[in-house]
Write a protein that binds this ligand. Sequence first.
Ligand code: HEM
Ligand SMILES: *[C@@H]1O[C@H](CO)[C@@H](O)[C@H](O)[C@H]1NC(C)=O
Ligand SMILES: *[C@@H]1O[C@H](CO)[C@@H](O)[C@H](O)[C@H]1NC(C)=O
Ligand SMILES: *[C@@H]1O[C@H](CO)[C@@H](O)[C@H](O)[C@H]1NC(C)=O
Ligand SMILES: *[C@@H]1O[C@H](CO)[C@@H](O)[C@H](O)[C@H]1NC(C)=O
Ligand SMILES: *[C@@H]1O[C@H](CO)[C@@H](O)[C@H](O)[C@H]1NC(C)=O
Ligand SMILES: *[C@@H]1O[C@H](CO)[C@@H](O)[C@H](O)[C@H]1NC(C)=O
Length: 271
Amino acid sequence: MMHQLFPKASLSGWLIFQGCDASVLLDSTANNTAEKAAIPNLSLAGFDVIDEIKTQLEKTCPGVVSCADIVALAAKDSVSFQFKKSMWEVLTGRRDGTISRASEALANIPSPFFDFTTLKQAFANKTLTVQDLVVLSGAHTIGVGHCNFFSNRLYNFTGKGDADPTLNSTYAAILKMKCKSLSDNTTTVGMDPGSSLTFDNHYFTILKLKEGLFQSDAALLTNNGASNIVDEMLSPGNFFTEFGQSMMRMGAIGVLTGNSGEIRKKCSAVN
Ligand code: HEM
Ligand SMILES: *[C@@H]1O[C@H](CO)[C@@H](O)[C@H](O)[C@H]1NC(C)=O
Ligand SMILES: *[C@@H]1O[C@H](CO)[C@@H](O)[C@H](O)[C@H]1NC(C)=O
Ligand SMILES: *[C@@H]1O[C@H](CO)[C@@H](O)[C@H](O)[C@H]1NC(C)=O
Ligand SMILES: *[C@@H]1O[C@H](CO)[C@@H](O)[C@H](O)[C@H]1NC(C)=O
Ligand SMILES: *[C@@H]1O[C@H](CO)[C@@H](O)[C@H](O)[C@H]1NC(C)=O
Ligand SMILES: *[C@@H]1O[C@H](CO)[C@@H](O)[C@H](O)[C@H]1NC(C)=O
């Protein structure tokens, strides 16, 4: 169950990246379009799982555990599950935000079309480093991407009907059989082909083969510092240690404490 959560939710990524106040879990209301509605309704499943955890918690321990903490703990557990031990420590005590705005969510989420400079800036805006950027991108060892996030690299990279020269041409041919046109926004492809259900460091191996799915993946090889970190992550031990460290840093972004925010009763609505 927990193992299924990570792939389904892009959880630890976006939900935490946007600030640890669980605002992304909120539904839209009559006068507010929530973040959930804005995020191209493509990958953010798993809300139901968070809601179910919250329901169980409220039965035994009402008003104590925030939705923001549930998300942070679920991310840790879904990665840790296969290792049968906790892969990093999650400090708790986050409170839930009361505002969820579509426009803010879109402004905060890095795009798969970003180049290295823009990715670096997006992470720096959240106090995350290039090390965090490279290491956390390793989360793309799990899950899938929709064709429309990378098919420009297959069919029309510079507007001349060309392919992205930094994408492995052998791999591009395989991708073209799956994503048959530029407009395909329904087909998905495993981001780490062959092991997209296993949390491992294989993402960095395929990255070196120029098989990173998004431009944002390939971008990590375009900067010397970042590329050196990619090489370091080819050792599984390094990756697992560093991933935990970076997840803890990401888990400290935008945390509400004290009298800020609230402990939501239901994760999809403010109290
Ligand atoms: C570096 C900037 C990043 C960009 C531009 C990016 C972009 C994307 C995109 C476009 C998808 C595919 C969504 C879809 O087609 O449904 C995706 C999936 C995913 N991302 Fe990222 N991502 C980034 C960083 C991260 C981070 C930091 C994490 C977690 C630590 C993460 C975890 C995931 C996971 C688990 C999926 C798979 C979702 C699924 O299978 O439904 N990503 N990402
Ligand atoms: C509309 O917004 C106001 C103030 O932001 C809030 O108090 C109210 O509950 C909202 N109404 C609905 C239906 O969401
Ligand atoms: C978008 O959301 C709807 C309603 O939650 C869901 O049925 C549908 O599968 C989602 N679409 C995609 C592409 O995930
Ligand atoms: C970083 O933050 C600055 C200032 O808020 C903003 O102008 C810029 O667009 C942000 N960059 C990215 C890539 O998010
Ligand atoms: C490729 O991009 C160019 C420039 O944006 C556009 O004019 C052309 O129609 C595109 N080709 C296809 C097949 O979409
Ligand atoms: C996918 O593309 C179709 C046709 O262009 C469009 O109507 C639909 O809204 C798109 N779906 C998503 C989830 O972007
Ligand atoms: C492209 O992928 C193939 C198959 O994985 C691999 O043998 C080859 O070395 C890759 N090419 C480059 C430039 O990495």
